[in-house]
Design a binder for this molecule. Sequence first.
Ligand SMILES: *Cc1c(COP(=O)(O)O)cnc(C)c1O
Length: 374
Amino acid sequence: MHAITKTKPVPFLDLSAQYKSLEAEWLAAIRETGARGSFILGPNTQALEKEFAEYVGVKHAIAVANGTDSLFLSLRALGVGKGDEVVTTPFTFFASAETIDMAGATPVFADILPGSLCLDPASVRARITAKTKAIVTVHIFGYPTEMGEIMEIAKKHKLAVVEDCAQSFGALHNGKVVGSIGDTGSFSFYPTKVLGCYGDGGMVTTHSDAVDERIRRLRNHGAVKPFVHTEIGMNSRLDEVQAAVLRIKLRHIKDDIAGRQKVAQEYTQRLAGSPVKTPSLPKNGTHVFNLYTIRVPKRDAVRQALTDAQIGTSQCYPQGLHLQEVYKHLGYKPGSLPACEHATTETLSLPIYPGMPLDHIERVCEVLLEAVRG
Ligand SMILES: *Cc1c(COP(=O)(O)O)cnc(C)c1O
């Protein structure tokens, strides 16, 4: 064993390596944008919207300022508002629920399935009331939600479905790309996502002409034409420089996703037969591994061992959203959503990004296996 290898830090993420490989194309795009003098919702954004819609397999894609806005604008365009309930998962980033409140509605948390960590359809069904207006399902970590039953429930109760695809760009479900199954797909281009830009960005996808039209209006102050406002909207637009980098990255995305899947496969092979529970794989689709999240007993001690060995990890997610301070008034108690709560005590996300060096993967597994067995 080489002492140097042993102490080499393993970062959770390395965004600079990919940046370097794209730097020349990116700088050329900035120069071109500057020379054109069109900085917001210009030709790059229009081209990106078209290319994005083609990739996902939808009629429309509308570029917005970030993923949070793409959720909020989806809900508003689908008519969610005051007095409505929206069923969602507690095992997600806060924005998935926060935007339901921002739209004036109330989040209702259903439990998750222990394998996929996505919404449990049976629990969703049990939470439907006369006030339910929509379901926000989150394809968490890159695992596509089993959409069949979710869409059936929605159809039966006439509910809208928003797919939160922030972590799952390019994931397939029954041959469809996520974001093309529900009423809208919501995407984030935060730099750490599967498809990330060099700042903030987001996208909404939809098959519906009416939803497309409404979101285009809402993202630009509710204006139907310059200085004519028919409703209260907001400023949620994508800038040309971010659209340019996204167009460049979209051309490489299949390799990036394959790169993530390769890292995941290397981990899963090495961790097989150990007390570490590796991520489940969808039966009818693909996992794009925005995060590689394992489940381990004594998670905190295991995480500490990795930290001590200078290995970056993340605890996605430390708490179910139903138990967050801000949602105290909703009345959930520890034990309300047991599958989610159990997951929050065991989940640990390991370093993953396209092109992650094999010796880093090996180092993570070595320290991890020692920690779980020790
Ligand atoms: C990142 C993320 C968001 C929010 O996206 P932003 O671009 O950061 O606003 C929403 N939902 C999920 C599941 C996310 O991971």
